[in-house]
Design a protein around this ligand. Structure first.
Ligand SMILES: Cc1ncc(C[n+]2csc(CCOP(=O)(O)OP(=O)(O)O)c2C)c(N)n1
Ligand code: SF4
Ligand SMILES: [Mg+2]
Length: 325
């Protein structure tokens, strides 16, 4: 089977940006699924947010929607409602997801749609030149925070666990094999899978970069208490402590597609609603003109004599109103 995930778009990420590696890992993961005949290229669809990370939309030859800022996740869930058998991946940034998209993030765990959220966390609004995001460290000096940020960053892994997540994982954009392994597990998960990718930005908030020596690989974990302890190991604020990477938590629960009777049937039978129904071929091609007859010119109206009113000519509207009463 021919697999072509490349596009002709020029890649405009900064040279050396770890987003290049996220792109490579995504291509490798999807290629593996197609090669093993688990899915076809058409079974995959993507949504992306707005930001440096979101440029991946142009570089992946997959159907999808380039969404409004903060809205890549609800759009992806909408896709799943339209076609529950699509394998949907939503690519988002830390700024997009944890600011404007925050409510969607929490609710997505509740719905548990069978899809994957890929979060590129560079602790910065990078495309718009480095303003602090909810995961930026305290004291981060940027053009938007010249005195340094006063707020403590929040911990999205803890929030995900508190929101009844069924799959939470973390990986590093500098480790392609680990990314491929984690994304594969996430796509295979029956439910909503959240993958946080630690992605250094080489231009903005560079002081958070190079935390590689803190990272340690963990075994897949299904114990919630242990997951909470693992989530506490990294607070997004300091460059000390440990950063667990791997599947932090996984549990089994019915997915959105299995819960809703309207989706269940389609989902079980793996009916792919995006495939063209046969009837399409019988439709008249759009290019053919439907109107073959010449349009009939309007009849020339002969001027009718209007009654003289004692205050002048009666208007048509007034006379019709009168006839109705
Ligand atoms: C509704 C809306 N608000 C704000 C913006 C401006 N904006 C575009 S990209 C961006 C930064 C995105 O940051 P992040 O999601 O972390 O992605 P990154 O660039 O770091 O990959 C912002 C604030 C916008 N385009 N639309
Ligand atoms: S600004 Fe940062 S995140 Fe954006 S492309 Fe450059 S290195 Fe990558
Ligand atoms: Mg960001």
């Amino acid at each position: 089977m021919k697999i072509n995930l490349d596009t002709k778009s020029e890649i405009t990420w900064c040279p050396g940006c770890p987003n290049h590696m996220i792109l490579a890992a995504t291509k490798e993961t999807i290629t593996n699924f197609i090669k093993h005949k688990k899915y076809t290229q058409k079974d995959f669809a993507i949504t992306t947010d707005i930001g440096c990370h979101a440029k991946i939309f142009d570089y992946l030859n997959l159907s999808g929607i380039y969404c409004l800022h903060g809205r890549a996740l609800p759009t992806a869930i909408g896709m799943k409602l339209g076609n529950p058998n699509l394998k949907v991946l939503a690519f988002v940034g830390d700024g997009a997801m944890y600011s404007e998209g925050m409510a969607h993030f929490i609710h997505a765990f509740k719905y548990n749609a069978n899809m994957t959220l890929v979060l590129h966390d560079n602790q910065s609004f990078s495309l718009t030149t480095g303003q602090p995001t909810p995961t930026s460290q305290q004291g981060y000096i940027s053009k938007a925070s010249p005195l340094g940020t006063f707020d403590r960053p929040f911990n999205p892994i803890k929030l995900a666990l508190a929101s009844n997540a069924t799959f939470v994982a973390r990986t590093s954009a500098k480790d392609t094999p680990h990314m491929v392994e984690t994304l594969t597990k996430a796509i295979n998960h029956n439910g909503f899978s959240f993958v946080e990718i630690i992605q250094d930005c080489l231009v903005f908030n560079i002081e958070t970069n190079s935390k590689d020596n803190l990272m340690h690989k963990i075994q897949d974990n299904e114990d919630l208490k242990k997951a909470e302890r693992l989530a506490d190991e990294f607070d997004y604020n300091s460059k000390s402590g440990k950063i667990p990477i791997g599947v932090i938590y996984q549990s089994e629960e019915k997915s959105l597609e299995e819960k809703w009777p309207q989706l269940k049937k389609q989902y079980k039978k793996r009916i792919n609603t995006t495939r063209r129904p046969k009837i399409q071929s019988k439709l008249i091609p759009i290019k053919k003109p439907i109107l073959t007859k010449k349009p009939i010119p309007p009849k020339k109206s002969t001027p009718t004599k209007q009654k003289e009113h004692k205050y002048g000519k009666k208007s048509k509207e007034k006379s019709s109103k009168k006839s109705n009463t």
